[in-house]
Design a protein around this ligand. Structure first.
Ligand code: 6PG
Length: 262
């Protein structure tokens, strides 16, 4: 297993290029890197704020994370966990991102209840729920340029290039000031709650997780072509680090092969 060198940037430039890591054993390597990165951040900052994501790719990471040999030594009591987007269902619903994260990671890892901050997307008034979550973020997270800044934000990517619940052609893509908004997704006939670009791009580190052959085209269109029609292209932290964690099949069409980490 390659030793992980996790570079922690403390000074950021806005024009940083994404770091591309091609992982052979995706879930395990991503989980190990998550633990090492969070341990280093906790040493530096004491308490950190991590945004989680839904989706099958993230679920595989969470399931690897809770293996004792991987989670070993990570003090989850020093980490506050949030969710980047949510479906309009309670946590008990199989569709719930938070329910998935709790079952696969937060519960088995022993994350204290007070460290868990879920979106109440089952609320009748989604706009009020969005404002409440923004208030929570502003109250709890350190701020960079008056915007709450995650120490680490995990994002997935759909085959259509969506990330969080920022889907192609939806109104939340245009949000320039609010941090959390309701977003109607016509292709799903569903309302969602989602982080917006102003919040995502205030993060000190964003890791985009992409695995599977069905992500290869979108990955190429973003990383080789900066295709502006794909929402994930808009993820460009102003003062933070952007890392793409991709497996071999998702990176198959890339011309820039990134740094392969075997
Ligand atoms: C959601 C997620 C979404 C997810 C991508 C990738 O609510 O569905 O937040 O953004 O991360 O759709 O999902 P997969 O990893 O399952 O392909």
């Amino acid at each position: 297993m390659a030793e992980w060198t996790v570079t922690i940037r403390t000074e950021f430039k806005g024009d940083m290029q994404p770091v591309i890591q091609i992982l052979d054993d995706f879930a395990v390597q991503a989980a190990r890197q998550f633990v090492e990165y969070c341990k280093t951040l906790i040493e530096q900052r004491g308490r950190i704020h991590v945004g989680l994501t839904g989706g099958g790719t993230a679920q595989a990471l969470y399931e690897a994370l809770v293996r004792p040999e991987i989670l070993d030594g990570l003090d989850v009591r020093a980490i506050d966990f949030y969710m980047g987007d949510e479906r309009p269902v309670p946590p008990s619903d199989p569709q719930s991102n938070w329910g998935m994260a709790a079952t696969t990671f937060l519960d088995p890892a022993g994350v204290p209840q007070e460290n868990r901050h879920r979106m109440r997307a089952e609320a009748a008034d989604l706009d009020q729920a969005a404002h409440e979550y923004e208030r929570l973020l502003r109250d709890r997270l350190p701020q960079v340029n008056q915007t709450p800044a995650f120490d680490l934000l995990l994002l997935g990517m759909g085959a259509d290039g969506h990330t969080a619940s920022l889907f192609p052609g939806t109104t939340a893509l245009e949000e320039a000031s609010r941090l959390v908004v309701p977003n109607y997704v016509p292709k799903l006939s569903m309302n969602r709650l989602t982080f917006t670009y102003p919040l995502i791009n205030a993060s000190q580190a964003v890791w985009i997780l992409a695995s599977g052959a069905n992500k290869a085209e979108a990955t190429r269109r973003v990383l080789d072509g900066r295709d502006p029609t794909l929402p994930v292209t808009g993820v460009a932290p102003h003062h933070g680090m952007l890392v793409w964690l991709v497996d071999r099949s998702a990176s198959d069409q890339l011309s820039t092969r990134g740094s392969a980490s075997g």
